[in-house]
Every structure is written in C-alpha cells, then in structure tokens.
Design a protein around this ligand. Structure first.
Ligand SMILES: O=C(O)/C=C/C(=O)CC(=O)CC(=O)O
Ligand SMILES: [Ca+2]
Ligand SMILES: [Mg+2]
Length: 439
C-alpha cells in the first residue's frame, strides 16, 4: 500500500499522530460535560461523535446501520454484528475523514458538533463485560513465574498442549484512569505456619493484551479454529493487577482467586482487527520442535499469519517522581510476539467444551514478558520475586508497588511503509488499602 498519502486526513492532528492516525480509527465510549455516554472514534486529538454524525445524515446504508449500533452507550451490539459492520463503518469513516472527502467543507463547517477534543472528554468502559477470562500465553512469563512459584517444576507439562487460563471477575474491570485500591487479604508470612490478615505487601501489575469478543457462539456449539477470527471484535491493553502475597498462599490447587479479582484495568479504545492486519511478524508463534497442537487447535492459515506484532511498554510514575517533575520511567519494553498461543487458538479452546462466548466478553492474553530482564511484564519478574530492587531516577527503589504509584501501559505497531498506530494508554494509580486491614 502506498498509503502514506492516501491515508491523510483533513483532521490535521491525525496526520503523524502517534496513536490515532486515519489508519487506526479505534472505537470507544465517551461523554463530555456529564452528558450521556456514547460511541465515538479516535482521530488525532479528537473524538468523532458517531451519534452526531448519524443525526446529521453523514452515513448511508450499511455504514449507517453500523454507525448507529457503534453510537450506543456500549459497543456490545456493534461487537455482535461482526466483521461486515466494522468494514462498513471503516469505509464510511475513510470517506468522511480522508483528506479528499467529498464532504470535507460541510464537515469542517460542522466542526465542534462532530469532533470533540479528546482531552476534554471522559472515556468509559467500551462494553458491558459479561465474562472475563485471563489466559497464560506469555511463555517467558510462564517460565519466569513458574521458577519463582515452583522452582522444581516451572513449566508444567500441560503448557504446550492446553492454552491455560482462569476465569476472572467481570465486576471489577475498570477503564484506564480509575484508581486501584490495594487489597486486603490472607497471606502466609515467610517462615510462619499460619496466615495473617492485612493489606497486600506485594502489589504488582501484569502487562497484557486484552481481546474483545464479537458475535460468539451458542451454548454447545464450539467455534472451529478456522472461524475464530470472526469472533474477535478488537483489542486493548489490559493490566491484571495482582497481589503476589495473596496469590502465593491461595493459588493451589484451583488457581488465582482474590489475588486478582479486586481490579483489572483496560485501555478505553478498541483497536479493530482490520487496523491491526498489517502488523504481523513472519515468525510462527510456535517454535519448531514443539508438540503439534491437537487438531481443534491447529489451523494452517492461522499459523501462516504469524504472531501479532505489537510493541508493549510499561511505565512507572511514583509520587516522589511526580513531586520532582520527573517523567514516568519505562520499566519494560515487550511485544505480542511473546504469545505462545494465537488469539484464534484461545477462542477455539475456550469454546470447545460447548461454553458460549458472548459479545463484550473479554480475554486477557496473560502477561507478555519477553526473554530479557528489560522486557518483563510484571514486577515479580523484574525483581526476581522481590530479591532485586528496581532503581528509579528519583533515588527511590521498588520491589513491589507502593501507594501513590501509577502504572501506565502503552502499545504501538510499526511497519515499514505503513503509518504506525497506537493503543493510547491504560493507567492506574494505587490507593492505600481500606481500613478493614486494621480489624
Ligand atoms: O501460577 C503461576 O504460574 C502464575 C499464575 C499467574 O500469575 C496467573 C496469571 O494471571 C497468568 C498471566 O497473566 O500470564
Ligand atoms: Ca494475568
Ligand atoms: Mg485482575
């Protein structure tokens, strides 16, 4: 695609925008000045108001139907419509927002009615999440964490056969910017034989890719792997906040429970699969020599697509850094290339037993650490279980998160010859535990 010129927009701030050029067009739900939340599209420094555009008669036919469902106060109905609605909407948006739009003069005159300054808007959770499942497909994370929790048996024998996951908690999913209260719970102090109750002392983040589910399946009807892509509505950043001391005490034999159910943060913009299509790397996600997946988990086309190629970043901003005027410090740079299982394999596996997936369900990929120390997706790994403190430009050190610390996740896709696109941010700041800890 010689798209650099074709993909220019008359919305000037979109051209060269680090996250939201015309090639991206992610969907979200926003409100302005306390008005009703509604669907919008990020373009440069603005949000294109889909309800206002529909009311102004800017869309027709399939694009109008798609825009109407994406203009609602949640994107569930739009997700349910699948790829044809996304394509119709994207085509309509290109026609309206492209540099050579036939309607450019009219749209520019409508200015403020259609384009809302993003920095004045409030962004909401883009969909009602019915169910949330967190996978474990970051193989470096699985190895690193396995070594810490189970030194004798880090990567369990099922890992290369089953996309491992646990059922998360949908009621505590927040959009970026919502604070995260340090949880209280049971922990087993080092050397003790009985647990104590109190605020977690080992609060951590997890760098993950979020996957929004589209049409989904009826109960009892598994989604074949070759059709799995049709059930993926889009992608976001996800932080699976984790209390490692609660986790270490509670997780056997059924897996994480209260150590992860107190908060999960997601970025507000849903990056559509069509926008991500160019960003794949040739390397297949499964190294040669590893066991062949069972047939329901194998699709030649899915393997040939290669791994998603999205750069992922974690930044930390402490209160002292804020007070000293220091910028957030990057503490990890990783990539979705570290996913051992593909998104299609996750969808096929999740539904193979007849479990139904529904529009607006959310998957977490699992923590996407890379192989090196500067690409770890959690503090547990960065500090080797709290043994090696992380040094910060403020002169502070961290093993786990302190109250007031803010974690910022970012993601970007780059490829020669294509405009790069970004996901925006997923932020969360730690609040002190509630007084219940004193009881
Ligand atoms: O017991 C373990 O090996 C570790 C489990 C997790 O940390 C669970 C989790 O959230 C998976 C992930 O993010 O990759
Ligand atoms: Ca996780
Ligand atoms: Mg969580």
């Amino acid at each position: 695609m010689s798209a650099q010129t074709e993909l220019r927009s008359w919305v000037e701030s979109a051209n060269g925008h680090p996250d939201f050029p015309l090639a991206n067009l992610p969907l979200g739900v926003f409100s302005l000045d306390g008005d009703a939340p509604r669907g919008g599209v990020a373009i440069g420094d603005y949000i294109f108001d889909l309800a206002a555009a529909c009311d102004a008669g800017l869309f027709a036919d399939a694009a109008l139907e798609a825009a109407r469902s994406a203009a609602a106060s949640s994107l569930n109905a739009f997700f349910a419509r699948g790829a044809s609605a996304r394509l119709a909407l994207r085509t309509g948006l290109y026609e309206l927002l492209g540099e050579h739009s036939a309607q450019r003069t009219r749209l520019q005159a409508m200015g403020e009615m259609l384009l809302k300054p993003m920095n004045q808007c409030q962004l909401h959770l883009p969909a009602r999440v019915g169910d949330y499942t967190d996978f474990y497909v970051g193989i470096h994370h699985a190895n690193n964490v396995g070594k810490l929790f189970r030194p004798d048996n880090p990567l369990l024998p099922n890992y290369k056969y089953v996309p491992i996951g646990y059922h998360g908690r949908a009621s505590t999913i927040d959009v970026s910017g919502a604070p995260v209260r340090r949880p209280n719970g049971q922990t087993l102090p080092a050397g003790a034989s009985e647990p104590v109750f109190g605020a977690s002392k080992r609060l951590d983040y997890e760098l993950e890719l979020g996957i929004w589910i589209g049409p989904g399946n009826a109960r009892g009807e598994a989604i074949p792997i070759g059709e799995a892509a049709a059930h993926v509505a889009g992608f976001c950043l996800l932080n699976d906040w984790s209390a490692r001391d609660l986790q270490a005490w509670e997780y056997q034999p059924l897996g994480p429970f209260l150590s992860k159910s107190f908060a999960t943060s997601v970025s507000p913009w849903v990056v559509l699969p069509e926008a991500l299509a160019p960003f794949r790397c040739a390397q297949p996600p499964r190294p040669a020599g590893d066991p062949q997946p069972l047939p329901y988990l194998f699709d030649e086309r899915d393997q040939q697509l290669g791994a998603l190629d999205i750069e992922l970043e974690v930044l930390l901003l402490t209160e002292a850094m804020r007070a000293q005027g220091l910028p957030a410090q990057r503490i990890a740079l990783s990539s979705t290339q570290n996913m051992y299982w593909t998104v299609a394999q996750m969808v096929a596996h999740h539904s193979v037993n007849g479990c139904s997936l529904q529009p607006g369900d959310l998957f977490g990929s699992g923590t996407l650490s890379g192989p090196s120390a500067d690409s770890c997706g959690s503090l547990l790994e960065v500090t080797e279980g709290g043994k090696r403190a992380l040094e910060l430009p403020s002169g502070e050190t961290r093993t786990f998160l302190e109250d007031g610390d803010e974690i910022i996740l970012k993601a970007r896709c780059r490829r020669e010859g294509y405009p790069s696109i970004g996901f925006g941010e997923c932020r969360g700041r730690v609040l002190p535990a509630s007084a219940a800890a004193a009881r």
